[in-house]
Design a protein around this ligand. Structure first.
Ligand code: NG6
Ligand code: CA
Length: 521
């Protein structure tokens, strides 16, 4: 069949248009699958970075991320302790929905069921290589059994979506001080098996109580069991001497391992969860960072963490991946000063405000417990600016699904909302309209932010509990309180009496969100 000349021209034009379109959609697809690195600090408060108002020390590398990307002023983690925030970050579901997701003990089993569709599962489905480096604290091994320290640690992150892991099993104030990689303890000598337990293994076993004078950092509460590297910990262990690390070397190891993962996967899309241990106790930064701030090891550890971020960014630059990598910086809960060791965090605090203008910190449902630094950077793709949109670590799951064009099963990511537009700094894109904040969980304490209203609910039985609300030491807290964050970000004046209708509406919304079992439609 022959066509008139004009029509032939038109068809040629159409053909080249289609070609251009498919090339640009390929480019778009490429850009829609950037590498993703989530850097999660441990126990970092809203005011703990110079880009969030700290003035007595500098965090230039994280500041640079913030200056080139979106810096959120209402960025949250979902809980004010570590395990529930990490649980909800990886599962997209509020941790209070699943009992047993509070702070994990040394011998705790993996608390994420193998059948759960997780964020790393999503990223794998989207064609990514997935890895986690750093602090785990979500348990290892089967329920009822816990970790088999001398054998295969199964299930491990591998069974819930991570192709690769290089981890500190819990937190470093808990035993044991060994690395776990490829579901095993690294460098374990079978002739010197590792034993971990809750009871003193022998009457002469040295502890933080019996050998307190020998400690290089004294404990203040708890943390007085087995001694390793001059520091007594939570829990007991023996053996595994060749596998043990020095606290001072953790940050260097995270950099080495993160860089190795990036380098190995530089030609494929990758998802890296870099879970730093800084600035959790025991705060033992490397010797070269000790004393670099006026605040003792707590802020020295922040500067160390900042250095690790700089090293990872350097690697991205060297491999020319910066423009194809989305980097999120966040924290797992708000700040704490004395968390069990006498490291002078409080004595040397000076004018530094770790929680910024917010009330409470770690263990709290006030803003200071969960409103934390939150930065999203992607060179050339995300505009620089400050965003007031409400976003939460729990939202990364669904937002990354949108970003990578990947479908989420209906029964997954029950509370993870799509805030991808806000994360990318798109003009007029909205974040969340509501957020539930929890403490360590299980006790029924919740914060509920809806717009600029903030309702706090302290369950009756915990309203006098020092452990739940350390800052409230033995003062009675009203079961419900209401704050207007637009006028009173520091939650100073409880206005529930004059605003009964609003309080009742928020109370009902909170109760419904809990009862419904999900908040993602
Ligand atoms: C608490 C520990 C605290 C810290 C916390 C977990 C005591 C007295 N306190 O039980 O030191 O380890 O658990 O912190 O033992 S988190 O950031 O991992 O949630
Ligand atoms: Ca933490």
């Amino acid at each position: 069949m022959t066509y008139p000349l004009q029509q032939q021209h038109f068809m040629k034009h159409l053909l080249s248009l289609t070609l251009v379109f498919s090339i640009s959609s390929l480019e778009f697809l490429g850009a829609a699958k950037p590498n993703v690195i989530v850097i999660m600090a441990d126990d970092m408060g809203y005011g703990d970075l110079s880009c969030y108002g700290a003035t007595t020390f500098k965090t230039p590398h994280i500041d640079k991320l913030a200056a080139g990307g979106q810096r959120f002023t209402s960025g949250y983690c979902s809980a004010s302790t570590c395990t529930p925030t990490r649980y909800s970050f990886l599962t997209g579901t509020y941790a209070f929905r699943k009992p047993g997701t509070g702070i994990a003990p040394p011998n705790g089993h993996l608390i994420i069921d193998e059948s759960t569709f997780t964020l790393p599962d999503l990223m794998k489905k989207a064609g990514y290589q997935t890895g986690v480096v750093g602090k785990w604290h979500l348990g290892l091994g089967e329920k009822g059994k816990g970790p088999d320290w001398n054998g295969e640690l199964k299930p491990s992150p591998r069974e819930i979506g991570f192709d690769h892991h290089f981890l500190l099993p819990t937190t470093n104030d808990r035993v044991p001080q060994v690395y776990v990689t490829e579901s095993r303890v690294l460098n374990l000598d079978p002739a010197d098996p590792l034993w971990v337990g809750r009871k003193k293994p022998s009457p002469d076993h040295p502890t933080g109580v019996t050998h307190r004078d020998s400690l290089k950092m004294d404990w203040s509460h708890g943390h007085n069991s087995t001694i390793h590297n001059g520091i007594s910990r939570i829990g007991f262990y023996t053996g595994g001497h060749k596998a043990r690390f020095r606290d001072e070397d953790l940050a260097d190891k995270w950099v080495e391992q993160s860089n190795a993962f990036i380098e190995k996967n530089k030609d494929k899309p990758f998802f890296l969860f870099y879970a730093s241990h800084d600035l959790h106790v025991p705060r033992i930064p490397h010797e070269r960072f000790q004393g670099v701030t006026p605040h003792g090891f707590r802020a020295d550890s922040i500067v160390q963490l900042d250095w690790t971020v700089g090293e990872i960014m350097k690697t991205l630059d060297r491999l020319k991946l910066t423009e194809n990598t989305l980097v999120v910086f966040c924290s797992d809960n708000g700040p704490v000063m004395d968390d069990g060791y006498k490291d002078e965090a409080l004595e040397k605090l000076g004018s530094h405000k770790a929680a910024g203008p917010y009330k409470g910190g770690k263990y709290s449902i006030y803003e200071g417990g969960t409103r934390t630094p939150f930065i999203v950077s992607w060179k050339g793709k995300i505009p620089a600016g400050t965003s007031e949109q409400v976003v939460c670590t729990i939202d990364l799951a669904t937002s990354l699904a949108t970003l990578t064009g990947t479908e989420i099963p209906k029964e997954a990511f029950l509370d993870s909302l799509d805030v991808s537009g806000a994360l990318l700094g798109k003009p007029d894109a909205l974040g969340r309209t509501h957020l539930i904040q929890q403490d360590n969980g299980g006790k029924g304490n919740h914060g509920y932010r809806s717009g600029n209203w903030k309702l706090t609910h302290h369950a009756k039985k915990s309203a006098r509990n020092i452990k739940v609300e350390k800052t409230l030491a033995n003062t009675k807290v009203p079961e419900y309180q209401l704050y207007d964050l637009s006028n009173d970000p520091g939650e100073k004046v409880n206005i529930i009496k004059g605003h009964a209708k609003i309080a009742a509406k928020l109370q009902a919304e909170l109760a419904t969100a809990i009862a419904n079992g999900r908040t993602r439609k």
